[in-house]
Design a protein around this ligand. Sequence first.
Ligand code: NAG
Ligand code: NAG
Ligand code: NAG
Ligand code: NAG
Length: 398
Amino acid sequence: MKFLFVVLVIFVVVSPCICARLLPYIIPSFNVLDYGAVGNGKNDETQAFVDAWKDTCSAIHDSPTLLIPKGKTFILQPLWFQGPCNSTTVYVKLEGTIKAPNKIEAWKWPNNNEKETWIRFSEINGLIIYGSGQIDGQGAPWWDCYSNTNCDRPTALHFHACENLILRGLTHINSPRNHISLNACHGSHISKLHIIAPNESPNTDGIDIAESSNVIIENSKMETGDDCIAINHGSSSINIIGIFCGPGHGISVGSLGRNGADESVENIYVRNCTFNGTTNGARIKTWMGGHGYARKVTFEDIIVIEAYNPVIIDQEYNPYDSVHAVKVSDVTFRNIRGTSISKHAIQLNCDEAISCTNIILEGINITSSIGEEVHASCKNAKGMCTSCIPYVPCLSQE
Ligand SMILES: *[C@@H]1O[C@H](CO)[C@@H](O)[C@H](O)[C@H]1NC(C)=O
Ligand SMILES: *[C@@H]1O[C@H](CO)[C@@H](O)[C@H](O)[C@H]1NC(C)=O
Ligand SMILES: *[C@@H]1O[C@H](CO)[C@@H](O)[C@H](O)[C@H]1NC(C)=O
Ligand SMILES: *[C@@H]1O[C@H](CO)[C@@H](O)[C@H](O)[C@H]1NC(C)=O
């Protein structure tokens, strides 16, 4: 043993190249078990996570790791992981399961009375969360209080002002409300997630994005009770690739302009996605009475399977007033194929005063999944259609 150690030391000393390869194994790791967590799925382990995070975030080595080990379940109260941290990259390796309290009465809110989120990461640059673990929001009791106006349901996992975030590989289940939200995060890469909540669970969006730019979301599967992904106000350069969505409400730009708000998004690119049994597919929705714009939006290489509204622009989403509207322009739906379960394969429902402009449909083939006729309806949409089944009467044809 001693001999082996000596050999190893000599080896490392004489071989800088091998030393570099060994480096990843000696980066500091802060295991929550070393901070008093037991992972029996019963105890409240919040304090252990708070303490482990404190050491992780203040570590001055490069790439410290907060480790949540495999085969263990940790019950956590609402918790903020606050930055900034000393290291330029901070890892959270989630291999076990973290769970919210299983009853609404059992949630303990922090003193500031902020009840919007369960797990929150804030102002951390170079945050990398990865692993094969699971985040379980135990949302069922919250879904039952959905119609009660006093019931403010929290987001399961929220990121605020995190630059260069990476989120990869985790399973997210049963959030009280939306599973993941990004706010003011620039340069995020989200991949290989599996998000699961029952079809009928209210507002359990997969990922909501707001005030963020340069976001990639790819190769993920989302089965939810609401939008798989919603792209909201202040978002730009958002790329969504290879998402399997269903059940759920599809991938939505908006809703924008609620209560007359001035809200804009641009440069949205959604490619190679499948919508299976979703209420919508490729959707842009704006409230009446809003201001701002949704422009340069492309949905491309999309397969729809028994979707209810496969292609939809809806500017009459929840009427408010009709004096103003969010401007929708430069929208392309290209190579969208498959089946619709309703007659409304394509709906372009735009505002009368400002209309939608430069709406391009190209290579659309949506047929009925139940052997009926399907049609396209439009109001106030201007643009062009090339090779569209069904025929879109309001757009000029090539
Ligand atoms: C690490 O960060 C903390 C605050 O988060 C700060 O007080 C401390 O001085 C930092 N340490 C170093 C060595 O930068
Ligand atoms: C399309 O997305 C699926 C996941 O839904 C992925 O497996 C496949 O590799 C993607 N193909 C391309 C060409 O991006
Ligand atoms: C679509 O969903 C249905 C019902 O859940 C399922 O049976 C079917 O296999 C799915 N199709 C694909 C291509 O995954
Ligand atoms: C449209 O799709 C239907 C059903 O998949 C198929 O039979 C038909 O050939 C397609 N039409 C074109 C022009 O691709």
